[in-house]
Design a protein around this ligand. Sequence first.
Ligand SMILES: [Zn+2]
Length: 280
Amino acid sequence: MESIVAYFSDMPTPHRSFLIVGGLAFFLLLENFAPFSRKGYSKVKHTALNVFFTLTTILVNLSMAFVLVWSSSLVSDQGVGLLQWIDMPLWAQLIVGLLLMDLIGAYTAHYTEHKVKWMWQFHLIHHTDQHVDTTTANRHHPGESVIRFVFTCIAVIVVGAPVWLIFLYQSMSVVLSQFNHSNYNLPLAVDNVVKWIFCTPAMHRVHHHYRQPYSDTNYGNIFSLWDRLFGTYVAVDNDKLIYGLDTYMDEQDASHMGKLLAHPFVGYRSRIEYAEEEKL
Ligand SMILES: [Zn+2]
């Protein structure tokens, strides 16, 4: 336990970069050998676009990482946050801390992005992907990366998170997101067990169906608990899913870098007329 704390307290930046690149390579290989969907598309073009958005996500996060470290030392100096108020053994700090960081920094951030119009305008870029695979994980508009960063800062303050917990959380968050977006399915028996704790690809894929209400379910990133607890969990036959976003199904709208960057700043497109009638 102490060695985990020591490592993540001082996690070198190259290790953080390696985790992103290594995770991407691992899941790309996995989905290449055992893909869930065999639908053909230009992998190179798709990956290039998503890697561009992954790079902007990394850039935003690395350039603002010092704010997280600063927030963490502020909360420990001032004795602010749950872990500062309640004395817990390290293992309990790890579990409670990870759960709450995931609740505030991922589930709440994601849920809010779906409900607040101007935030949705940034988040929808993630949903325009019509070929969800592991590279979709970090297909975020730079503006969304900033929104998510603010929620992570709020999580650090509420939790009273030490630096080791922040870096451990971010590492798990990156890898789990790459996992639950991957075009790979765990064997059914394994998925049936794992999905009680973690968000699996079979679960998160439903969130990428092109229409509501399915795109407004399964918001979780690391833990599946929050969707189950807040009633946003659904299980759907993955073979019936169509990826993308009803309001942006046009090829140019969904895969042109300039258009994707501009979407938040041009008109809002209502999804009401596309409301789902049949049940999947
Ligand atoms: Zn979403």
